[in-house]
Ligand binder design. Sequence first.
Ligand code: FEO
Length: 177
Amino acid sequence: MPAQPFVDKLNEQIAHEFAAHQQYVALAVYYDAQTLPRLAEFFYAQALEERNHAMMMVGYLLDQDVAPVIPGIDGPQNTFADIVEPVQVALDQEKRVTSQINALAAIARDNNDYASEQFMQWFIKEQVEEVSSMSDLLNIVERCRDEPLRAEDWLARENAGGEGADPTAPAPAGGAV
Ligand code: FEO
């Protein structure tokens, strides 16, 4: 059985991951409404990744014979000053999640819960990639603040939203979407 302090914190994290999903849907819809389809596509894909992160955590608790608590969440930010602000919101969110993931790994280790510590390793790696890709995108949209189509071109060229399936990823409960 996972350590109870880890279970409590992981249930909180499930809420943070679903909140990240909702926030990324809101960012995608903002760009979609502005007819910026590449930026929209990038954040629609990110939203699904966050949903899958939440369901990987649900799956881990189910595998460990612990009943997960599916949370309600606060609403996301829906209005933005310009094309830069959504990416800043996203980067701030990823940095916050990185601290939360590191804290979860630390709680597992402090409680000698080595299976849970190992479960968190994939998320630690994932956060490094997500902070890096969001910080690249922030550089780009800052440079293209008044010419958003250049940011669209960059995304089309770099295929920045396209991430292949990762065979090392934990299985989400019910399967990945
Ligand atoms: Fe699941 Fe990017 O945090």
